[in-house]
Design a protein around this ligand. Structure first.
Ligand code: COA
Length: 390
């Protein structure tokens, strides 16, 4: 039985900061951000958006078109969860109006959480072929104003419906994964700002890619020639490229050019949204499918997932006949083009206006409400969510 991605949705907040403006404000050459790091714009999440609202908004792209009585599992992969105990998945289940006969939980392993959810969902559908699973990968990447990582912030979510005989892409049973306890990036519970050893995390990312890719080739006998494209986890768009460069010399120059072209298409959305941690690999998949005119049914795509700390995994998928009918290319382009550009001063204000780490009540600024699902505030330490009229 073939199992894989049957529906794909994405969401990112309505506000962004242009990285040329940010570079100017920080006294940095804009080319460092745009070329050196490979980011052009960065989504800014107001405090009315969190992983619950963004995840529900991503799933809203297809939830009305699916048979929700078949959904047996809802997993939220995130590393910016809103509670240390209760999962965001159970709130998303309510917001989306899903039946109560469903298992809901949250998974954490840095940026690997989306893949952990996907693989768990794949196993679930293998055991229950008549059921489906909703996997949501959502995050808000925050490093802090004026920090080295500020240029790699971002916010957004990707939602995937996993089923038997999927409409978009099968997930092959060829995963190679590894775990190694390292400290390259982490976030202690007292802060909403991530800590990263920039150079070290880049080295580790590349090392993990090299190790799982070598083992994958050994175990499957496949080479890069067997792939139409390889999607990477993208903390920033240059990062995947650095890993890819280590493998590309294995194939002809023509093949290298084709794979690099596809890589560029897989980074179109990340360049404009930034890092969305758990969802970033899958945002790359959406970007590739919606921006590359060359990938077609029957193509094998590689997927490299990396979550600091660290877990790496390489697996492949095969595109299905008619997959393009289930994408939202025009709507996504229009949405990204229609976002509101914030000045650096406004971005800083929005960044600092956050739900407090305290028992105080809080109201989100109504001028930044956007999207179908929002967080209006916190009352008596309970987060208040609302569905807005479309
Ligand atoms: N024009 C073009 N390129 C320029 C440039 C300019 N004017 N100025 C610098 N660059 C290039 C550098 O050569 C470098 O390229 P390279 O990486 O290919 O060598 C790149 O821009 C970054 O410059 P660097 O000096 O290394 O930046 P930095 O020390 O400020 O680090 C980050 C910035 C974002 C790379 C670092 O903070 C980081 O890695 N943070 C996040 C890490 C992360 O997300 N980890 C998650 C785990 S996967």
């Amino acid at each position: 039985m073939q199992i894989g991605i049957d529906r794909l949705g994405m969401y990112s907040p309505h506000f962004f900061v242009d990285l040329k403006d940010l570079a100017e404000a920080r006294g940095v050459d804009p080319n460092k951000f745009i070329i050196g790091i490979g980011q052009s714009e960065q989504a800014v999440a107001p405090s009315s958006e969190d992983v619950v609202t963004m995840g529900a908004n991503a799933a809203a792209e297809f939830i009305d078109d699916i048979d929700t009585s078949k959904v047996g599992l809802v997993i939220l992969g995130t590393e910016t969860g809103i509670d240390a105990s209760k999962s965001g998945a159970v709130i998303i289940q309510r917001l989306l109006g899903l039946p109560e006969w469903v298992r809901t939980y949250e998974i954490k392993q840095a940026c690997y959480g989306g893949t952990a959810g996907l693989m768990t969902a794949r196993d679930y559908v293998a055991a229950h072929p008549d059921k489906t699973a909703l996997v949501i990968a959502a995050d808000i990447a925050r490093y802090g104003l004026n920090s080295g990582g500020e240029v790699t912030q971002g916010a957004g979510a990707v939602a995937m419906l996993i089923s038997a005989n999927p409409a978009i892409m099968t997930i092959n049973d060829d995963s190679v994964f590894m775990s190694r306890d390292i400290m390259d990036f982490w976030r202690p519970v007292y802060t909403d700002l991530a800590l990263a050893k920039g150079k070290y995390s880049t080295e580790q990312y590349i090392k993990f890619f090299d190790d799982v890719w070598a083992r994958y080739q050994q175990q499957t006998g496949l080479t890069l020639d067997d792939f139409a494209a390889v999607n990477f986890h993208l903390p920033y768009t240059k990062m995947g490229l650095k890993a890819f460069w280590t493998a590309l010399p294995e194939v002809s120059e023509d093949k290298q050019t084709a794979l690099l072209d596809a890589y560029q298409e897989s980074t179109v959305y990340s360049r404009r949204i930034g890092n969305i941690y758990t969802g970033s690999l899958y945002l790359g998949l959406v970007s590739l499918l919606e921006n590359d005119g060359h990938v077609q049914a029957g193509d094998r795509l590689g997927m490299f997932s990396y979550g600091s700390g660290a877990v790496g995994e390489f697996f492949s998928g095969e595109l299905q006949e008619g997959f393009a009918r289930f994408l939202h290319a025009d709507a996504h382009r229009e949405y990204l083009d229609s976002r509101q550009r914030l000045s650096v001063a406004e971005y800083e204000r929005v960044f600092n206006n956050k739900v407090p780490y305290s028992a105080d009540d809080y109201s989100a600024d109504p001028q930044y409400l956007s999207g179908r699902y929002v967080l209006t505030g916190v009352e008596n330490q309970e987060r208040q969510y609302e569905e807005r009229p479309e």
